[in-house]
Design a protein around this ligand. Structure first.
Ligand code: ADE
Length: 232
């Protein structure tokens, strides 16, 4: 049976380089999004941008798995760098993801924790190994670490420090943890790849506007090489 690879971005800019590279695809509208489907080598590939935020990303990921029968999910896009060693355009591969904006500490729970779930959800080792192998072959340094997700664009040194202190994350964005929750509960392997567009600091909004397209295309380019290295 032909396998289906789902590729999700949050914004049009994050998937545009993939659509441009593949060139030919079928467009399918479903649940307020457009899904782009194509055949490539041994695979069916389905690509979509979810729109920004955790709820949209959860819907898109669920649709990819339950409606389009995705066998694995790759998220590609940009992130704000939290780790001081990260520069614009650097690639981060999530080892695990968390929701920094979940807070039921009123009931004694740690920040980010939801009963019957966990603060951190791990990404898939086999997929991550392929990402690392492909990055190495392309002389691309990647940083592995925790990615924190929440429904805010972080552009403050104080909030940045708070996320680092509480979640030990190396990057912040607005969708990855949704992919982690949905794909892990539905037993579908997933990985999250992000390229740094800003430092999540007081200048992040300006940096984001400047580097979104460039950084998004770096992440998308890596995803294209990963697909060429997927086992058939
Ligand atoms: N995605 C890219 N940069 C971000 C930031 N600073 N905060 C949240 N999501 C982002």
């Amino acid at each position: 049976m032909k396998k289906t690879i789902a590729i999700i971005g949050a914004m049009r800019e994050e998937i545009a380089p993939l659509l441009e590279s593949f060139g030919r695809y079928k467009s399918i509208d479903f649940g307020g999004n457009t899904y782009y489907q194509l055949e490539y080598k041994n695979y069916t590939i389905i690509i979509a941008y979810s729109k920004i935020g955790k709820i949209h990303a959860a819907l898109t990921c669920s649709t990819m798995i339950l409606h389009f029968n995705a066998d694995c999910v790759i998220f590609t896009g940009v992130a704000g760098g939290l780790d001081s060693t990260l520069k614009i355009g650097d690639i981060v591969l999530a080892t695990s993801l968390c929701q920094y904006d979940v807070d039921i500490s009123a009931f004694g729970h740690p920040l980010g924790f939801i009963p019957e779930s966990s603060i951190y959800i791990n990404t898939n080792k086999e997929l991550n190994d392929i990402v690392k192998k492909v990055a190495k072959e392309n002389n691309l340094a990647i940083k592995e670490g925790i990615i924190a997700s929440g429904d805010s664009f972080i552009f403050s040194n104080d909030k940045k420090k708070w996320i680092i202190d509480n979640f030990k994350a190396c990057a912040v964005e607005m969708e990855g943890a949704s992919i982690a929750v949905v794909a892990s509960l539905l037993n579908v392997p997933f990985c999250v790849i992000r390229s740094i567009s800003d430092g999540a600091d007081d200048n992040a909004n300006i940096s984001f506007d400047e580097f979104l397209v460039n950084s998004a295309s770096k992440s998308a380019k890596l995803v294209l090489s990963i697909i060429d290295n997927m086992p058939s």
